[in-house]
Design a protein around this ligand. Structure first.
Ligand code: CUA
Length: 327
């Protein structure tokens, strides 16, 4: 029965197909350590379950009441058995503790030389990423070089959020007034999905981000591009979009380096055109995605703090053209 349950649960899980946010495919040592520990605890629990339920079912059948049975012998307690079933779980708990404690210290390992430092700040409901030593500020898309250690410093601007990229590491809270740090070394290139994992208000479920782990050369190229000011509008339409970004008030909250836009309330947009997603991982960064967002941010992400006046289709079109060009 127990085996049947386990097998059907595994089959069910196997049917899930693509699992971009699974913690069962770790790509860092720290994620692997956590998974190993989880596996040990899981299989121990399976063992305990099978043993206890097996004995229970055996006793129920073997000693069931048969016709003609009188009242069985009445007993109270069984000292040796009771000691045994107190000590056995205690030993298991001690073993789990012995395996857990060193891993907790390993998770808190410090930065190595040549570490990339990132300050990640949680905002309702998006992520800001600052690379203080590289002079890069971006949002909702974290770029990291492969095989190099990265120190990520977590902070919050308002309430408690939680930074969680299941394939890279377990969750760690972003707490206002406190700095949490961790160090990881991504071992595989690719795009990994992350998600805020602490309830932080109405749009909590829509607070996502991506981590792009890339070769050292691709990362260096990305950094070089991020450091430059915005690409000047390449068409009349884009030019109109840039003018609208000022007249419609976008500049009060967003920064677009190279223009008068220097707001620090919303995500920095200097190179927004080069990101995979907009609206904190909610919409693909395409013309359709941008126009959906600008036409009704509250429909996409109810409760968000973006203030935007009603725009005509033409104005949306110009702003989209401008934003797409901010590579
Ligand atoms: Cu931020 Cu949930």
């Amino acid at each position: 029965m127990a085996l049947l349950l386990v097998v059907s649960a595994l089959l069910l899980a196997a049917a899930c197909g693509a699992t971009p946010q699974t913690m069962l495919e770790p790509t860092t040592r720290s994620a692997r350590d956590s998974l190993d520990l989880l596996k040990f605890v899981f299989w121990s629990a399976v063992g305990v379950f099978v043993l206890v339920e097996g004995v229970l079912v055996y006793v129920l059948i073997r000693y069931r009441r048969r016709s003609g049975d009188g009242l069985p012998r009445q007993t109270h307690g069984h000292t040796r058995l009771e000691i045994a079933w107190s000590i056995a779980p205690a030993i298991l708990v001690v073993v789990i503790a012995l395996l857990t404690v060193p891993r907790i210290f390993a998770l808190a390992q410090g930065a190595e030389a040549d570490t990339v430092k990132v300050r990640a700040t949680g905002h309702q409901w998006w992520f800001e990423f600052v690379y203080p030593e590289l002079g890069v500020v971006t949002a909702n898309e974290l770029h990291l070089p492969v095989d190099r250690s990265v120190e990520i410093q977590l902070e919050s601007d308002d309430v408690i959020h939680s930074f969680w990229v299941p394939k890279l590491r377990g969750k760690l809270d972003m707490v206002p007034g406190r700095v949490n740090k961790f160090v990881i070394t991504p071992e595989a290139t690719g795009t990994f999905l992350g998600q805020c994992a602490e309830f932080c208000g109405i749009a909590h479920a829509l607070m996502k981000f991506t981590v792009v782990v890339e070769s050292e050369a691709a990362f260096a190229a990305w950094v070089d591009n991020e450091r430059t000011a915005r690409a000047p509008p390449a068409s009349a339409k884009a030019q109109a979009g840039e003018a609208l970004s000022a007249s419609k008030g976008c500049v009060a909250c967003h920064t677009i380096r190279g223009t008068e836009a220097a707001g620090v309330i919303g995500p920095e947009l200097t190179h927004v055109g080069s990101r995979n997603h907009i609206a904190s991982g909610i919409l693909p960064n395409t013309r359709e995605g941008l126009s959906t967002w600008l036409s009704g941010p509250q429909d996409v992400k109810p409760g968000n703090f973006m203030v935007i006046p009603e725009l005509s289709d033409d104005e949306v079109e110009s702003l989209v053209t401008y934003l797409v060009g901010l590579k």
